[in-house]
Ligand binder design. Structure first.
Ligand SMILES: [Zn+2]
Length: 433
């Protein structure tokens, strides 16, 4: 059976906008986009009126379990300098003492916030398996990257075995499980190599934090670094790079990790890389998760797309990171910030929210744009004015000025309306605990 959704505008992808058209959905998938007068008579049409339909968004990097941590700053009084190592240590010291119940509550609070901002796909990084149980029951497209750390060869062998077991035991049709070696400085080279081998054999996606801080660069060069403070806290006194003097990209390249993980690796942040290193990453099929607000809060800098090639831009998606380094978990606010900061054009921004991330995650055949055969994952934004929006720019401007979409659909089913979940499987998230 066909369902018909009429709207003043339909954005099927960054560059394609339809006017006065109808989105035709069949069995949860996009069947077609047709002109108003092509809908057969006597068919029930859901008319959104003066609104725009867009593809669902992707949050390409987040840690929802940290939502309820007590922040180090209030948005209105951001300190001049947050020390990165102190920030990590504060996170560890709080989270370590939380009960399982508190972690789950915090995760749910984050999930509610980011999904209601228009995410129909999320990338969650965590060590615990408990969040998988929640995500397994939802129609959301979710990826859980199991976080891992190690400081020597022995730990590395134990960690890879643990990861292999976790992945074997947790396969699910709704959740894709990947591996997240935390970073270069928190993962021994042996574990990096083991992960690369295993992931290449099993075609598993990998996600890491890369070139996020000056501390990381100093550590790679055997210089005094805030990283030493973190290692000291966990009693990893002799954690050193396997070879010093390389930049983060060279470090992974020399280990053979980039070659082995071709097309399966996503890296978050990258703010300490020059264009040449970013180009190299992209040439290995690496995707970039751009989290501008987190970068600015913690490091006072972020990627500047005015100076970067199209090639890099196309391989970049947007993420909020955790609420512990952000004001909120709204992907729409993240996009708005990126727009204000870099002057990126709206069309490219829409791609970064949708198809770029879908293709980094290798699910661009089922989501990321509203095209025939893909899942009907879409958002509805009521437009503010009745002014005729003849230019795409004005249309986008209106979308990015919103707090959240008015309606969210996944696989053709409405899951939320006016900031509340409407579908049965999601309703448990309406009560904020
Ligand atoms: Zn992160």
């Amino acid at each position: 059976m066909h369902k018909f959704y009429k709207s003043k505008y339909i954005i099927s992808s960054g560059e394609k906008i339809y006017e006065n058209s109808v989105l035709v959905v069949q069995d949860g998938k996009v069947f077609d986009i047709v002109e108003n007068n092509k809908v057969p008579e006597n068919m029930e049409v859901i008319d959104f009126g003066n609104a725009v339909i867009t593809p669902g968004f992707v949050n390409l990097h987040t840690h929802l379990q940290y939502t309820d941590l007590k922040p180090l700053f209030k948005p209105e009084q951001i300190p001049q300098n947050i020390d990165f190592a102190d920030w990590i240590i504060s996170l560890m010291k709080q989270y370590f003492f939380w009960s399982e119940a508190k972690k789950i509550k915090s995760f749910k609070n984050g999930l509610r916030e980011t999904v209601l901002s228009g995410c129909t796909c999320i990338i969650q990084l965590s060590r615990e398996e408990s969040f998988l149980g929640i995500l397994k029951n939802l129609d959301l497209k979710s990826f859980v990257f199991l976080e891992t750390f190690s400081n020597n060869e022995e730990n590395s062998k134990k960690e890879i075995e643990k990861l292999q077991k976790q992945i074997r035991e947790n396969t699910s049709k709704n959740v894709t499980i990947g591996i997240s070696p935390h970073s270069i400085y928190n993962v021994h080279n042996t574990l990096w190599e083991e992960i690369a081998k295993f992931s290449a054999e099993e075609n598993i996606l990998v996600h890491t934090h890369l070139a996020e801080s000056q501390d990381e660069i100093n550590w790679l060069n055997n210089k005094p670094s805030g990283i030493d403070k973190i290692h000291k806290l966990v009693k990893w006194d002799n954690m050193k790079p396997y070879e010093s003097g390389m930049n983060p990209v060279e470090y992974l390249e020399k280990l053979g990790v980039l070659e082995r993980l071709k097309g399966n690796l996503t890296v978050a942040h990258c703010i300490e890389l020059d264009e040449k290193s970013l180009e190299k990453l992209v040439s290995y099929g690496v995707g970039i998760a751009h989290c501008p607000r987190s970068n600015m809060l913690l490091h006072k800098k972020t990627l500047n797309f005015n100076n970067l090639s199209q090639n890099i831009l196309q391989n970049t998606g947007l993420g909020t990171d955790s609420r512990f380094s952000n004001y909120d978990l709204s992907i729409l606010n993240e996009a708005k910030y990126a727009k204000d900061y870099t002057g990126l054009d709206f069309q490219k921004l829409m791609d970064m929210l949708t198809i770029n991330s879908a293709s980094i995650l290798k699910i661009d055949d089922i989501t990321g744009s509203l095209e025939e055969g893909k899942d009907a994952d879409f958002l509805v934004f009521n437009l503010n004015s009745f002014v005729i929006l003849s230019k795409a720019k004005d249309l986008y401007q209106d979308i990015f000025n919103k707090e959240k979409p008015d309606e969210i659909y996944i696989k053709g089913h409405q899951i939320a309306k006016s900031g509340k979940f409407t579908s049965e499987q999601w309703k448990f998230l309406n009560e904020s605990e």
